[in-house]
Design a protein around this ligand. Sequence first.
Ligand code: SAM
Length: 194
Amino acid sequence: QGRGSRQVADWIVDEAAPVLGLTGIAERTDAAFLDVGVGTGQLAARIAERWPRARVVGVDRMERVLGLARTVIDKAGCADRVELRHGDVTDLADDAIYDLAWLPLSFMSPDAIPKALEAVRRVLRPGGWVIATTFAADSELPIVNAMSDLVTAVNGGSSLTQEDLLVEIRAAGYSESVALPSTPLTGALTAARG
Ligand SMILES: C[S@@+](CC[C@H](N)C(=O)[O-])C[C@H]1O[C@@H](n2cnc3c(N)ncnc32)[C@H](O)[C@@H]1O
């Protein structure tokens, strides 16, 4: 999953950022990206490579993965710009500094979702965006949906639909939302503006 995240980072830079009007990040020296659930650090490292002046903060509540992330970030040569933090998304206490945040809700339990959305909104710059993932199969075959729900549950997440997420986004105080094209690696993707 970690290695697959590198492609997700490329998709964020090449496909999502232009749609969200975030095209100047590569040149800016004050840009900041938040990676919630930084895991093995592959997504964070690739974002730092693609946006070579941006500051990247990665947070994960699983301490064990942060050691792997450290190795990946060091190897990528971007340790001076990528900060790794141990903690829950709801512990975020930064000022409103982030231009863009990645929030893989498909790996978070249903009760964590409203708090996670709110915590991220508080740390976005005015007009900054969060991109959230949801993963709910919508097959005519019940067994396909059941298998998908099982995989999501094993990943520690919940099978939230994109419609359910839009309700949560409004409740968390975001000003607008946009459905982005989904990718096979991520499921449905929704962007919301803080
Ligand atoms: C699929 S992994 C992310 C993979 C990552 N992009 C990479 O490059 O390895 C999802 C991560 O989210 C983390 N996570 C889940 N709930 C969280 C929460 N409430 N706060 C912070 N991290 C969380 C998990 O510990 C896990 O490492």
